[in-house]
Design a protein around this ligand. Structure first.
Ligand SMILES: [Zn+2]
Length: 363
């Protein structure tokens, strides 16, 4: 372990103190991930004192259980996996939640399957994202024979403006700001309560507890991003997914591989040249591709620019079991670890993966 640390340090030429700080933060973020699903763990190892303090902030207490429904769980259908997690956090044992989009699907570019109609028709509540992210659900719902309420989770959430066609109500990627997610969670809770008034107490208690976890997450991310030298707080992502994250935590979006808020466009040769120029001019440390889209173009550009490629930012979807991004809180933590590691320049392309940190831990 000591030898591994030294070799990383030599390769990157970074100060050991900074390295330790990042590992400590990564560990803290990951401990929080575990805690979001199970009971709060006891921090272990010899992380610096500062990390222990942060651990207190981020280790979420378990959500209140709540009572199951007497007549079986309420069937909730969501469009995205992230919305499904939010509905589960609010509903607990009273709900059974299903997402139309599978893990790692691209929310912008989904063709509903015929079977999705039956899923929606069986729902007691349908939760869509809105803001043009899941516009494909509109036809699906219009064609389904159903009278369950349809709630748009982003209703009332302030958005960053966009002039792109199809996104007149603003940038849909609001989940990259946990404070906006707190509003979405309140909207979902109100919808569940309207259909299942007996669960009001459960929904209310779980919502408030989860909103506290969102506040803790926000604090953690802020603290983590502050460890990146200010001149390196620059992002190039695959598509325009991280504007809210950048806005909230003080990063600059230098450019995107795919121009636009969805993943369907292709950059022109001129746009690619402009992006490569910007990466060089701004000394951007890395390009972030995403798990839900083909990383090949991003990889090519990273090679051309001579910067690191982080292949697996989770932008639109939760990850599989073992990914660390099985929940929304986990998704935000694993993304933050990837961003901090890559922008701090402390890890190379091969080991810029949170799992490497999870396996080692600080020593
Ligand atoms: Zn997107």
């Amino acid at each position: 372990m000591v030898r591994a640390e030294r070799s990383r340090r030599e390769r990157t030429g970074t100060q050991p103190v900074a390295w330790l700080l990042v590992v400590a933060l990564a560990t803290v973020l990951l401990l929080g991930t575990v805690a979001a699903q199970e009971n709060p763990p006891t921090p272990h190892g010899t992380a610096p004192a500062g990390a222990a303090a942060i651990a207190l902030l981020v280790t979420p207490s378990p959500l209140p259980e709540g009572t199951p429904r007497v007549e079986g769980p309420l069937s909730v259908v969501t469009t995205t996996t992230i919305l499904a997690d939010l509905a589960r956090q609010v509903g607990g044992p009273r709900v059974e939640v299903r997402s139309l989009l599978p893990i790692d699907a691209d929310a912008h570019d989904y063709e509903p399957a015929p079977a999705d109609v039956a899923v929606v028709e069986d729902a007691a509540v349908v939760v869509t994202h809105g803001l043009g992210l899941d516009a494909w659900a509109d036809d699906l719902i219009a064609n389904a024979d159903m009278d369950a309420p349809v709630v748009v989770a982003t209703e009332g959430v302030p958005t960053l403006t966009s002039e792109q066609e199809g996104f007149g109500d603003g940038d849909p990627h609001v989940w990259f700001d946990p404070t906006r997610v707190a509003t979405m969670v309140g909207t979902i809770a109100a919808a569940l309560t309207a259909v299942d008034p007996d669960g009001a107490g459960t929904y209310d208690a779980r919502t408030r507890a989860y909103q506290q976890q969102l506040t803790a997450l926000d604090t953690t991310i802020k603290t983590a991003i502050e460890t990146i030298p200010p001149e390196r707080r620059k992002l190039v992502t695959n598509h325009e997914a991280l504007a809210y994250y950048a806005d909230r935590y003080g990063l600059t979006i230098v450019g995107t591989v795919i121009p636009g808020l969805d993943t369907t466009a292709e950059p022109s040769a001129e746009e690619i040249d402009e992006l490569l120029d910007a990466i060089e001019r701004e000394a951007v440390p890395a390009i972030f591709a995403e798990a839900s889209a083909n990383p090949e173009l991003a990889r090519e550009l990273a090679d051309q620019a001579g910067v690191a490629l982080v292949p697996d930012l989770r932008t639109e979807s939760l990850g599989d079991s073992g990914s660390g991004a099985e929940t929304y809180l986990g998704l935000m933590r694993t993304n933050t670890v990837l961003i901090v590691e890559a922008l701090t320049g402390l890890r190379s392309r091969e080991d810029a993966r949170w799992v490497a940190v999870a396996g080692d831990g600080p020593s």
